[in-house]
Design a protein around this ligand. Structure first.
Ligand code: NAD
Length: 264
């Protein structure tokens, strides 16, 4: 453990279970001395999130469905009453109808396009605006994205379009809030087996392909995403904003199948 986050307080959004990327990040932050609050989507998740939060010494659990603006307002009102100020926020939330995370992007429905953009893109912007009001000593905002924003990946479809918009919004938010000493960044994580990922068609194949063809010849872990998050959320990242940091075993630099990769 280290003291990189000693005296800092922040919110983790998007913890569902111990496979969540939010869990890898929360562990790294708690290990570095941060005090954490967690938001969870709906009562069904509370019984999972509660014991995990308790493992990290956190007892602040606040319900928030990000598709509802009042729910986001209530979340930040509660944090304001409890802490007064905030140092960081982790947004590890995305959602799309899994029936559209297979087949052709071009067949995306208007309703699911809107919902995917609302939950996976707009929610980060809405959260940043409210969080910034509490970041009176500056702060750091972080979201999670995927390479399917930059290049076409099988089945990622409307989520890829949403992540492209999310990555663009990170840059605009960095500019808006930079003058208040608030940084805004994304981590582009390689494929990790989580609840959300299991909704993507042929996800096992995608993981295998990344394992065989990334420069490190393996996949990344939640813990490795956690370490990168610690850099961006702590003073180590004080000069970095508007960035999209790839934590993907180097996959994003590769132009073709590795010569030593077998056919799968
Ligand atoms: P996960 O299923 O553990 O987490 C997704 C979270 O989103 C859940 O906690 C869920 O409750 C929350 N969520 C969905 N809709 C919500 C709503 N309306 N209100 C509040 N919360 C809502 O899966 P994960 O893979 O850890 O996903 C976290 C983030 O990481 C997502 O943005 C995902 O796109 C991104 N990501 C994942 C991978 C991967 O391979 N797993 C790779 C790159 C990026």
């Amino acid at each position: 453990s280290n003291n990189l986050m000693a005296g800092k307080r922040g919110l983790i959004m998007g913890l569902a279970n111990d496979k969540s990327i939010a869990w890898g990040i929360a562990k790294a932050l708690a290990d570095a001395g941060a005090e954490l609050a967690f938001s969870y989507q709906g009562e069904a998740l509370k019984k999972r999130v509660g014991p995990l939060a308790a493992q990290l010494g956190a007892d602040t659990l606040i319900e928030c469905d990000v598709s509802n603006g009042e729910s986001i307002d209530t979340l930040f009102d509660t944090l304001k009453d409890k802490w007064g100020k905030l140092d960081f926020v982790v947004h590890a939330i995305g959602f799309s109808d899994k029936n559209e995370l297979r087949g052709r992007y071009v067949d995306t429905s208007r309703a699911n396009f809107s919902m995917t953009m609302d939950i996976s893109v707009y929610s980060f912007t809405a959260v940043c605006a409210r969080a910034a009001d509490l970041m009176t000593d500056g702060g750091s905002l972080l979201t999670l994205t995927y390479y399917g924003a930059e290049q076409v990946m099988p089945h990622y479809n409307v989520m890829g379009v949403a992540k492209a918009a999310l990555e663009a919004s990170v840059k605009y938010i960095a500019e808006d809030l930079g003058k208040n000493g608030i940084r805004c960044n994304a981590i582009s994580a390689g494929p990790i087996k989580t609840l959300a990922a299991s909704g993507i068609g042929d996800f096992r194949y995608i993981m295998k392909w990344n394992e065989l063809n990334s420069p490190l010849r393996r996949n990344v872990t939640q813990e490795e995403v956690g370490k990168a998050a610690l850099y961006l959320l702590s003073d180590l990242g004080s000069g970095t904003t508007g960035e999209n940091l790839h934590v993907d075993a180097g996959y994003h630099v590769v132009g073709m199948k590795a010569v030593d990769a077998p056919d799968i």
